[in-house]
Design a protein around this ligand. Structure first.
Ligand code: PHE
Length: 437
């Protein structure tokens, strides 16, 4: 029976699919939002430290664990110690929560592709006062489930080898346009000038670590799952370094597009999550060729979001297929249905029926609980399980001795990353208690 035990056709296929997972709205929408809200370039130093000290080692650990144990999330935890399989289920549940709202935002990008193609300049407020966000959310979930149902090689790999190169080409073209804008220098200096005074603020460091995990797709088991389909050959550390570099490059190129546009048209760089959907369309309306640029920009966002959403949905789908011994296709149908239910309140919260809890839209609450807090928890479970509870020889083989840098990765995974995540969890919980009290 086909329970999805499929594999990548080549190392390139594995790398492109992993880049597809990492490069997402996190790089373009969330990164520029956070940079804008944290005073521009100030944020870049903690971000870069977090990428290399926390994100990359964690990515190597996850891919390596999947590759060596050849197992999906729950089985991999089970292989470490059998009671730890419950921790594997926790990771699966958290991922399923995240994908629910991630597909809502993916749906927004899809709707904006359609609007910009038809030449309508839809205001975000008008869009979210209709039921269109529900339709675009369900359409995105269906596309995502359909791709996964075709399997690793014929579904995920085939689609990501098309989308990922397209993302780079589109982004490079947009940088060429941004360079010619009058506000290019102002935008770049806002984006890239570091401010050393903020380095003493622990919240900035916590925010940087959270963003790096989200952006690199580490801590959710997605890259562990992708690593498990990489059967032949080794070179995981080098593949992880390429994926990390590509992710960083996209985040920086996206900043080099967005901030010059913001400064050229006198917009607000700290506009928050609405930046991409509210602020930028204002600029597109004023730019020469703006309607074409809008189509291209939202297509970029949609491709990036979809290739990430696919890797999210793959985690619970392949887990269900192998634990319940059903075909991948059936598991994909069931999981698409489940995430459509889970995401529905989030989709409603930005629609004509604005569902809120305590005045906060459900989508924002889900981002806070699953995307930020839940991510630290599942990252901690993964880091601790695979660096403490599995024989290092099993996870690392000869890789650990291969270079000086690799000898750094293991202590980073054992001590530094869990410590950073525990601090992040405590800070977040404390801030909840303080605001509630
Ligand atoms: N990395 C994706 C982004 O930047 C989000 C993501 C996280 C996707 C984890 C899959 C798994 O948008």
């Amino acid at each position: 029976m086909d329970t999805g035990a499929d594999e990548w056709s080549s190392r390139l296929g594995f790398i492109l699919a992993s880049i597809g997972s990492a490069v997402g709205i996190g790089n373009i929408w969330r990164f520029s939002t956070i940079v804008g809200q944290n005073g521009g370039g100030a944020y870049l130093i903690p971000y870069l430290c977090a990428v290399f000290l926390v994100g990359l080692p964690m990515m190597i650990l996850e891919m390596q664990a999947g590759h060596r144990l050849r197992a999906q999330v729950v089985q991999a935890f089970h292989a470490a110690r059998s009671p730890l399989r419950h921790a594997g289920w926790v990771v699966c549940i958290l991922v399923t929560g995240i994908i629910g709202y991630y597909l809502v935002v993916t749906g927004w990008t899809l709707a904006y592709v359609v609007f910009s193609l038809s030449g309508t300049r839809e205001l975000f407020g008008v869009f979210t006062a209709s039921f269109a966000p529900i339709i675009s959310f369900l359409a995105s979930a269906a596309i995502c489930g359909a791709v996964i149902s075709f399997g690793v090689r014929k579904g995920i790999e085939r689609i990501t080898t098309l989308l990922v190169p397209a993302i780079f080409v589109i982004l490079a073209g947009m940088v060429l346009i941004a360079v010619q804008l009058p506000g290019f220098a102002a935008g770049v200096s806002y984006f890239l000038t570091p401010d050393f005074s903020v380095l003493a603020d622990p919240l900035i460091w916590g925010a940087a670590i959270g963003q790096v995990f989200f952006s690199l797709s580490v801590g959710y088991g997605a890259l562990l799952t992708y690593g498990s389909y990489f059967r032949s050959g080794g070179e995981i550390p080098r593949s992880a370094a390429i994926v990390t570099a590509a992710d960083l490059l996209v985040a920086i190129l996206a900043g080099l597009v967005i901030f010059p546009i913001v400064f050229s048209y006198g917009l607000e760089p700290a506009a928050g999550p609405e930046l991409a959907f509210t602020t930028l369309p204002l600029a597109f309306a004023l730019m020469p060729w703006g309607s074409v640029i809008a189509v291209v920009f939202f297509t970029l966002l949609f491709f990036a979001a979809m290739s990430s959403a696919i890797s999210f949905l793959e985690v619970p789908t392949v887990t269900l297929a192998s634990m319940a011994r059903m075909t991948r296709r059936r598991a994909a149908v069931i999981m698409t249905f489940v995430v459509s239910l889970i995401g529905l309140p989030a989709a409603l919260s930005y629609s004509a029926y604005p569902l809120r809890i305590g005045g906060v839209p459900v989508l924002d609450l889900m981002d806070e609980t699953f995307g930020t807090f839940g991510l630290s928890v599942s990252g901690l479970l993964i880091a601790v399980t695979f660096s403490w509870f599995v024989d290092p020889e099993v996870i690392w083989g000869d890789t650990a001795k291969s270079s000086f840098l690799m000898r750094l990765v293991i202590p980073l995974c054992r001590y530094v990353i869990p410590a950073a995540l525990v601090i992040a969890i405590v800070f977040r919980a404390a801030s909840w208690v303080l605001t509630a009290g």
